[in-house]
Design a protein around this ligand. Structure first.
Ligand code: HEM
Length: 366
């Protein structure tokens, strides 16, 4: 008999960490009826799942992204996966990303910061993190369209994927969005793979930068400390990825019966790796709920996954986050969170604040 957990999904969406900590302590592999999944919350077991694509595959007809986009590198394993990922491997390596994107990301961040309004609260998701992530992917994929058009396509696809995760059917609007995307893409690779990059590159990077700004601004003295210390700024971004990974869960399907953490999992079961839980496993991260920009092993987080599907865009996402944080803090030394509109990350799969309201300048007369 496997351990069964009853979970309030709304609580899991708004404040999952206490629930996940309880699961990790008592049932690190637990059948959660409300999700229809075996949820894995311990970091070592999460790694076992992510590294073994022969036992824990993405290749299953229930896979939500696959149902909206069609087969892509995200929904295939083995040779087919390698074939689809190969065209992107070289341009997304660290050195290639720096060479190709450092100047354009810097220019885009400068443009967005210059366009900030002169006073009043500003939503940094709307004015910085979302448009930066979108513009960077339009540039990276050489899409022949204004950022606003690409964002509209992206939002239709994202809504369809989220709807499916909540049990809805893929809407016809998603197919139309894919047709519109097909017209914009110069084709070195397959359309579904380009759509996966677009999706991965916008949603999660927007969330990653918003969460990092939120963590840095909420911790006393950290904004000032990271200003003069690039290494500390980079580590603060890793610590933020650990504490609130923008993609909080990763789904796999078992290809055979398997014993994981002492729990028998039948063949063709959904196994959901909780990255959010693995990233706060106290075996690896002492005092795991604390945001500590100096944490020596922050980079051991699993926010970019591990194994064959490890995030292709992590170097580009990090570059965007480092430049966005550094330049914003430099340009606005009085930057602080808006006390009247608190920002809190939320979401079951993708976690970020719905808005990030800040005050950019010192109050008049101060
Ligand atoms: C420039 C930005 C990004 C791009 C272009 C990008 C692209 C991709 C692609 C193409 C994959 C699929 C790789 C494969 O299946 O072989 C992937 C996987 C993944 N990415 Fe990213 N990504 C970006 C940013 C991010 C960010 C900011 C996060 C989280 C903080 C993230 C988390 C993940 C995770 C968890 C996976 C594994 C998904 C799975 O195995 O099911 N990505 N990414």
């Amino acid at each position: 008999m496997c351990p069964v957990s009853v979970i309030d999904l709304r609580a899991l969406e708004s404040d999952p960490h206490a629930i996940l900590a309880d699961l990790r302590r008592t049932r690190p592999v637990a059948w959660v009826e409300e999700l229809g999944a075996f949820v894995v919350t311990r970091r070592d077991l999460a790694l076992t799942v992510l590294r073994d694509d022969a036992t824990f595959t993405v290749d299953d007809p229930r896979f939500t992204t696959g149902r909206v986009l069609g087969a892509s590198m995200l929904s295939t394993d083995g040779d087919e996966h390698a074939r689809r990922r190969a065209p992107f491997a070289r341009p997304f390596r660290l050195a290639a990303v720096r060479k190709r994107h450092a100047a354009s990301v810097r220019a885009e961040v400068a443009r967005l910061l210059t366009a900030m309004p002169p006073d009043g609260p500003v939503d940094l998701r709307e004015r910085l993190t979302a448009p930066l992530a979108a513009a960077t992917m339009v540039d990276a994929l050489a899409l022949d369209a204004p950022v606003s058009e690409v964002l509209a396509i992206y939002e239709t696809i994202a809504a369809a994927v989220s709807g499916l995760a909540m049990g809805a059917q893929p809407p016809s609007a998603a197919a139309d969005a894919m047709t519109r995307l097909a017209r914009l893409v110069a084709r070195p690779a397959e359309l579904a793979d380009t759509a996966v990059l677009l999706f991965g590159g916008i949603e999660t990077t927007d969330g990653m930068i918003a969460n990092a700004l939120l963590h840095v601004l909420a911790a006393p003295g950290v904004a000032l400390a990271v200003l003069d210390d690039e290494a500390l700024l980079a580590n603060a971004v890793e610590e933020s990825l650990r504490l609130e990974p923008a993609a909080a869960t990763i789904d796999r399907y078992t290809t055979c019966r398997v014993l994981l953490g002492g729990v028998r999992i039948p063949r063709r079961s959904l196994v959901t790796v909780s990255v959010a839980a693995a990233n706060r496993d106290p075996e690896t991260f002492p005092d795991p709920d604390r945001f500590d920009p100096h944490r020596a092993n922050a980079r051991l987080h699993l926010a970019f996954a591990q194994g064959p599907h490890v995030c292709l865009g992590m170097h580009l996402a990090r570059l965007e986050a480092h430049v966005a944080l550094g330049e914003t803090l430099r340009r606005f030394p009085h930057l602080r969170l808006d006390p009247d509109l608190p920002s809190v990350p939320r979401g079951l799969v993708f976690r970020k604040p719905s808005s990030l309201s800040v005050l950019l300048r010192a109050p008049a007369g101060s």
